[in-house]
Structures are given as C-alpha cells and as structure tokens.
Ligand binder design. Structure first.
Ligand code: ZN
Length: 455
C-alpha cells in the first residue's frame, strides 16, 4: 500500500521514496527557534547522496536547524549557474482534521499523503534526485548546478535562505533559481503556472490603549479589548485599491470564464466577479489588492479585569509598487477615529519582487512543459504568499516557482492543500515534475546561453 507505483518512471520512483522519508522526519517548524529539526532532513539527504561522489556543506546556524548545500562545478566559469532551492521544514498539523497520518507518507490509490507533500518536500526530493542523477550519469554542466536544502522557510528563512544570504552568500549564489509553488494547470488548454514573483510584506502592530477597570461593571468602560475588536472588524471591511497587474490580467484570461473575464480585469467590477472564481476567490482578491489581515489579537489576562491594553498584529502583503507609507495610510483610513486610542507600530518592509520572463531559463521551462503537454503555455503568476525565492530576486536574480502537476490539481485545490488538512500529492505529478526538472537542468546547463547576467 505504501510503495511507489510500478507505473512510475525511475526518477519518479526515487523521488517518491525520498519524499516519504522526508515527510516521516516531521521537520515541523512552529516558528520557535528550537523547532524544525531540519538536521534530520540533512541526514536523510546525506544518506541519499552517499556513493554519488557528492558531499556538500552542512550549515547549522542554530542547533538542529540544518541546511545542506551541494555544488556541482560547471566546466565554463562564464556560463550561467542554476540553484535548485528547496526548503525542508513543514508547518504544523491539526491531526484531528486529517483522514490519514500526516507524517505517515502513505500511498493510497496513487496519492501520497503527508505534511509537506506539496509544500515543498516533493520538490526538494525531486531536486535531490535530479542532482544525484546528474552526478551519476557523468553529465558535465557548463554552469554550476547548486542543490540547496534549506531550513526555516516557513518562518521567514532566518535559519535558512535568509541566514545563508546574509552570511555565506557565495555558498548558495547562482544566476538563476528554481523553487516552489509552480505547476498547477489553469483553464481548459491548460496553462501551467510559473511563479515569477511574489507580493511584498509590511507587518504592523496596533497598540490599543483603553482604561482598565473592574470586570463586574463594564457599562461605560473603555475596554482595550472592545476597541481592538472594532479595529479588527474595520480592517476586515476596509477595501484597499483594486489593481489589475499584468500577471492577474493574464491569469484571468487563462481561467477562461467567458463574460466574467472582463469583469475580473475591471477594477470597478472585480468584487462582483469574485464569487465566479470559486475556490480561487481568496487568490483572486489577493492578486489584485494589498491585503491586511488581523491574525494575532491579544487583550486581557484576568477574568475580572477590563483590559487597558491590547495588541493586534497585522499580516500585510503588498502589491508591486506599493510602499510602506501607503500601507500606513490604508491602516489610518480604515481605523478613522479609533486612532485616538491606537498607535501603529512597525516599519518593516520587504518590497514585492517580480522576475522577468525574458530569460533563457524561462524558454527552457516552456520547452520542458511542452514535452509533457504539447499544447500548454506557461502562465507567469504573482504569488500571494512568500517564498525563499525573494532572497534572490531582491538581489536581481531571476527566480521561478516551477513544477508540472497533473490535471487532478487545479490551482484552487492546490492552494487549499497548502498548510491545510490532508495535504497530498499524486504520483503522476511527482513523475511529471521530476522528469521536467531533469530535462530543464540538462538543457539549461548543457546548452550555451551566452555569458552570465550582469547584476
Ligand atoms: Zn513552501
């Protein structure tokens, strides 16, 4: 019941076996420094590479937060290099919501279950398989091939790609990056999604001040909890400007929703058209708006005390071109007269990043997809969430979220599995993806694409 299928290709079978191991290691990152234990993934990967002649470097910025980087040197120092950037941590689970063991790696009816099956241990496993295969086959890439299995992506990359960028950038440096979130088929043709960029981040905290008092006499009191609750609902109702980005325009076209398409591309009519996008509603809205989500709300400690202080933490994701001042303006507008009791704190800002599709790697991705789906074109998308790709894009290095998923997984389904219950991947998608990646690496690193990009 839990063995890879005979129908799989050799690369697909290897990926499936490695993915099962990575899922069973349960490298759960709950956001605390001592969680994650990605070093277990490093040990599994080291065992996987044993005998291939590839060793790599292990970096552990905090005990247990292991990263593994392997570089296969190219033959031409001027040829562009490629990094396969996979994170090894996963987000926590709520086991009660699962139909199967989230860390069992079971295969049932051609589907592999477990936390990380699509985010993104499947890709990390595929990257390892392709890298080992390149080494074993004696293929000599022109530019370097880098395999980077990194920790802590699910909490900002502080012990992973972020740390490595800051302290050991040469170790993970490359001219091009492939990473997560691509591959979902969209529309009837279908188009295959490639994440060419992602929204930026501008988290803020609202500090609410009320007047403490006795919980037995709430009438007329100025509870910080009540003010915070009103602030949260005003934020939820507030509408930031609707912006039709080039990526959203193309995505709406690909969705193929008939007359609704035009409404989805019209800032005046977008809200009325959102329900027609079904499971994609949240994505459609996030693709066209800077979003503000009040996700952590704290007030009060003791049952009989009306709280005098409260905090509300806002997860804010910005569209390309939106800056920190604009974000603060939105918050002020949403809160209105509540600002008498609320201070906005924080100035953290990471801009939205988008890579050009006019690159030799993007052309190679298109070719690889067409080997599996001759009719398909690539659909450049802007991710609503964050990935480690931004650490490269912020340095001007093109980064694409790439994969090839089977028709079973439209983007709506795909998204609900991310961080959701019953995360799983079908074996066909594993096969499609690893074989496409193998093709991309051989084609891109085996062909002369001229010299490296200046940056
Ligand atoms: Zn991920």
């Amino acid at each position: 019941m839990s063995a890879p299928s005979d129908r799989q290709t050799p690369l697909g079978r290897q990926t499936t076996l490695l993915l099962q191991e990575l899922i069973r290691n349960a490298a759960v990152n709950d956001g605390t420094p001592d969680s994650g234990h990605e070093i277990r993934q490093v040990r599994t990967l080291q065992a996987f590479f044993e005998g291939s002649g590839l060793e790599g470097v292990v970096v552990e910025p905090h005990p247990g937060r292991g990263n593994l980087v392997i570089r296969i040197a190219g033959t031409d120092p001027h040829a562009p290099s490629l990094v396969l950037l996979g994170h090894t941590d996963v987000v926590p689970v709520e086991p009660a919501g699962w139909e199967r063991d989230p860390f069992g790696g079971e295969i049932v009816d051609g589907v592999l279950w477990g936390r990380g099956a699509i985010d993104m241990l499947d890709l990390t496993a595929a990257y390892a398989v392709v890298t080992r295969e390149i080494a074993r086959s004696g293929f000599r890439p022109r530019g370097d091939l880098v395999f980077a299995a990194v920790a802590d992506e699910e909490n900002g990359g502080h012990y992973g790609a972020g740390w490595l960028t800051e302290h050991l950038v040469d170790l993970i440096d490359a001219d091009y990056v492939l990473t997560e979130s691509g591959g979902a088929p969209t529309g009837s043709l279908p188009s295959v999604g490639v994440m060419v960029g992602e929204k930026g981040q501008a988290p803020r905290t609202l500090r609410v001040t009320g007047v403490p008092g006795h919980g037995s006499a709430p009438w007329g009191a100025q509870s910080a909890a009540v003010i915070a609750a009103e602030a949260v609902s005003r934020i939820a109702r507030f509408r930031t400007p609707t912006v039709i980005t080039p990526q959203w325009r193309a995505y709406a076209d690909a969705l193929d929703l008939g007359p609704t398409t035009a409404a989805l591309q019209d800032p005046e009519r977008l809200y009325e058209a959102l329900p027609a996008t079904g499971a994609l509603q949240g994505f459609a809205h996030a693709s066209t708006h800077t979003t503000i989500s009040a996700n952590v709300i704290q007030a009060g400690e003791k049952l009989n005390v009306i709280p005098g202080e409260a905090t509300v933490r806002l997860d804010i994701r910005v569209l390309p071109g939106v800056d920190g001042d604009e974000v603060d303006g939105y918050i002020r507008e949403a809160l209105g007269d509540l600002l008498d009791h609320i201070r906005i704190e924080g100035d953290q800002f990471v801009e939205s990043t988008v890579s050009s599709t006019d690159t030799p790697l993007f052309d190679v991705l298109r070719k690889a997809v067409r080997r599996a789906r001759p009719q398909a074109d690539l659909l450049p998308m802007l991710g609503a969430g964050g990935t480690d790709g931004r650490f490269y894009r912020l340095r001007g290095i093109p980064s694409y979220g790439f994969g090839v998923l089977s028709d079973r997984w439209d983007y709506g389904t795909f998204r609900t599995l991310f961080h959701g219950h019953n995360e799983r991947v079908d074996l066909d998608s594993i096969d499609l993806t690893v074989n496409a990646l193998d093709h991309v690496v051989r084609e891109f690193l085996g062909t002369d694409h001229g010299v490296r990009l200046a940056r």
